[in-house]
Design a protein. Structure first.
Length: 484
């Protein structure tokens, strides 16, 4: 690629920053309900984003049945709104191509600019159509029923982003030099790798960082179906309730006891997948090795509901174990081992280990495959036995991987998951199975205390991040290595 650039091309490169910021702004706003310009009346769900408005017509009109029947609004207006939202989203998706191609050479940039111009125009068309749908809804004879309202902020943000993108792209297209006849599409390797990584970063943002927007509920006196406004803003009220309310403090202490106990068992036995992988690699028969690995990995893909069904068939009062004991005369009547509250933490750990051991061992099996085979050959020449090679070559080779997994386990010490404990809980054992994730679920979904459950979830996330950096610092101090 030609690295010499003219003055105009360098100016174009600087304008590209504005171009990319406009694209990113539109992409992010597409997911935020507060910025949805398609919320043109009171019948549209306040938690609906522009993306949802353009993908699901049923969601868009789910509360409009009576309004359609009474003739307060025409269904064609919502069909126009749905089409407008979809067109706006398609325009934003087209502009993404422009942003990606802007990392290439001149030919790729000029071609990408065409996508940018078309995408911005399509996005503006969608915005105009949304406004047209609003004017139709606003013309209703029963405005007190329909509550027509235009999300001016959202409309302006999308319009400004599209206009800025359109103007900047046209300017860039003019500034860029003409493309040579023999010039091909080219892009530096670092940008190719970045674009390969970008979809995964986007998924991480959508599923890991975008939900953090819900943390705002912790600062409001919010109930399901309500709204967030200055009237119900309570500041740190729910944070203080964790320490001031005696019932809440008691629940938190009990839940933390269960959570730390279960996580502690997992951390103490975190070496088991590594040991399983080491012994599995020592099996000489390839068929037996494949069978054991497959048989031990399959449980990971079984849902906890099915695991509980298996447990019920084996340990219930009329289950397999109880039937054997009854038929052999060991007991006089069926015993329901599943309902017993004895050693609940150990039982849950055993079920979790059975389900996840084979899956967790995969990363160590990969690590063993990466160990230099010449080390084993040299050890064999020196007279080392099988267990000596395992202890002196395989284990040290897997220690770095084990330490990374251990640090991640320490960081996630407050995250046990919810499914396992939800399906196994009963009125008798809930005192021992109510871990933090299950407590947050019941508090928010079961009892409707969304702000308090948000506070607990926030605290868990913040503490987990602190533990990660603390464990990483200890690892760096002791081993001289870190993962952050």
């Amino acid at each position: 690629m030609n690295n010499t650039k003219s003055g105009k091309e360098r100016i174009a490169d600087k304008i590209y920053y504005i171009n990319r910021i406009s694209i990113l702004l539109s992409i992010v706003l597409m997911f935020f309900p507060a910025a949805n310009p398609a919320k043109i009346c009171g019948y549209i769900n306040k938690n609906m984003s522009l993306l949802t408005s353009g993908l699901s017509y049923n969601r868009l009109v789910e509360d409009c049945g009576r309004a359609f029947r009474q003739g307060w609004i025409a269904e064609s207006s919502f069909q126009l709104l749905f089409a407008a939202s979809l067109i706006a989203c398609l325009g934003i998706l087209i502009t993404i191509v422009c942003g990606c191609m802007s990392l290439g050479n001149v030919k790729m940039k000029k071609t990408g600019n065409l996508f940018g111009i078309v995408g911005a125009a399509v996005q503006l068309l969608g915005i105009v159509m949304i406004f047209a749908a609003y004017t139709q809804v606003a013309a209703t004879t029963r405005p007190e029923k329909v509550e027509p309202a235009l999300n001016v902020t959202g409309l302006l943000l999308f319009t400004v982003a599209a206009v800025v993108l359109l103007v900047s792209t046209i300017v860039i297209q003019v500034l860029l030099p003409k493309v040579g006849k023999d010039e091909k599409f080219e892009m530096q390797s670092k940008f190719k790798l970045f674009l390969m990584f970008l979809p995964f970063a986007a998924l991480c943002f959508v599923f890991s960082y975008l939900p953090l927007y819900g943390w705002r509920y912790a600062f409001f006196d919010y109930k399901s179906g309500g709204t967030l406004s200055s009237d119900n803003f309570v500041g740190f009220k729910w944070f203080l309730q964790l320490f001031q309310n005696e019932a809440t403090k008691t629940d938190i202490v009990r839940v933390l006891r269960n959570t730390l106990a279960m996580s502690g068992l997992g951390i103490i036995t975190s070496w088991l997948p590594m040991a399983f992988a080491i012994f599995l690699s020592e099996i000489k028969s390839a068929k037996v090795k494949r069978f054991v690995q497959t048989f031990s990995t399959i449980p990971n893909f079984i849902s906890w509901v099915l695991v509980y069904a298996i447990a019920l068939a084996i340990f219930a009062s009329d289950g397999f174990v109880s039937s054997i004991l009854l038929n052999t005369g060991v007991v006089d009547k069926g015993v329901n081992f599943l309902m017993s509250t004895d050693h609940m933490w150990l039982k849950m750990w055993l079920w979790g280990t059975w389900k996840g051991l084979g899956w967790s061992a995969i990363i160590y099996i990969s690590g063993i495959a990466g160990i230099d085979q010449q080390l084993y050959e040299a050890a064999t020449v020196d007279g080392a036995g099988r267990f000596q090679k395992m202890w002196n070559i395989t284990v040290p080779g897997l220690v770095p991987t084990f330490m990374v997994m251990l640090l991640m386990s320490v960081a996630g010490i407050l995250s046990n998951g919810m499914d396992q404990y939800l399906v196994f809980e009963t009125a008798n054992n809930i005192e021992w199975l109510n871990v933090l994730d299950l407590y947050v679920y019941k508090l928010g979904i079961g009892n409707g205390m969304i702000p308090l459950s948000t506070v607990v979830g926030m605290s868990k996330s913040i503490i987990s991040v602190i533990l990660l950096f603390l464990a990483n610092s200890i690892s760096k101090l002791v081993r001289g290595e870190s993962i952050v």
